[in-house]
Design a protein around this ligand. Structure first.
Ligand code: ADP
Length: 209
């Protein structure tokens, strides 16, 4: 069974405030009792809620965690990714710093002459170069980036939670979203700690599609 965002919110409200009447739930959601009636009927029939006459709704407590993990697994990268900030591997470290400010990102994805993923450049990679003796205008990005095949990436149909695990395991801030090309990987987006955080805020608000 799949619950919609409103039904998930109703469960959360009942869980927090049981026993609670249909009228009170409607008030919290700024909806009319009549609008909520079908949702309450579904949730009661499915066993998520128990309705006691003249008392109100109770949460049965059986299935929310399985429901929750089902909801989380359904959240896919394609619905939460951002536009990628990309730099050519021949660009200078100085230009990369400018791009990072202009694009307001913490990591740049580096592409080769064919536009395919060749590396990742983070803030610290640039800071390390800045405190070294090299001239930032002379050092190409390709020399200071982390490079393929050691790049952690994901795809559109990966789950958001799988990417969150990758970010934790690999201790990175951002992961490029890629799609296969004949001779490499095309960068089509980015997933960062911010994307993951906003996905979980949506989940908590019950606005996950
Ligand atoms: P910061 O440098 O701001 O701490 P990160 O933690 O993302 O940012 O980067 C740490 C190191 O990991 C850097 O050297 C960077 O090049 C590398 N890195 C960042 N993202 C990835 C990735 N997706 N795959 C492989 N290496 C990465």
């Amino acid at each position: 069974m799949e619950l919609n965002g409103r039904q998930t919110r109703i469960i959360a409200i009942v869980r927090q405030s049981a026993p609670i009447t249909g009228e009170q739930i409607a008030e919290k959601l700024n909806l009319t009792r009549a609008t909520l009636r079908p949702d309450l009927a579904i949730l009661t029939m499915a066993g998520f809620l128990e309705a006691r006459p003249r008392v109100g709704y109770f949460y049965t407590g059986q299935t929310l965690s399985s429901l929750f993990s089902e909801q989380i697994q359904k959240m896919k990268v394609r619905d939460y990714l951002s536009f990628p900030a990309v730099v050519k591997d021949s660009s200078s470290a100085y230009d990369a710093v400018c791009d990072m400010f202009r694009e307001d990102v913490g990591s740049l994805f580096v592409v080769n002459g064919k536009g395919l993923l060749s590396g990742v450049l983070s803030r610290k990679d640039l800071l390390r170069t800045a405190i070294g003796s090299q001239d930032m205008n002379q050092v190409p990005v390709s020399v200071i980036m982390s490079r393929m095949p050691n790049i952690t990436y994901c795809r559109n149909d990966d789950s958001v939670i799988a990417v969150a695990e990758l970010i934790i395991d690999k201790q990175v801030d951002a992961v490029p979203v890629v799609r296969d090309k004949d001779d490499g990987l095309e960068v089509i987006g980015r997933m960062t700690k911010t994307n993951i955080t906003s996905a979980f805020v949506k989940l908590a608000k019950g606005t996950v599609r």
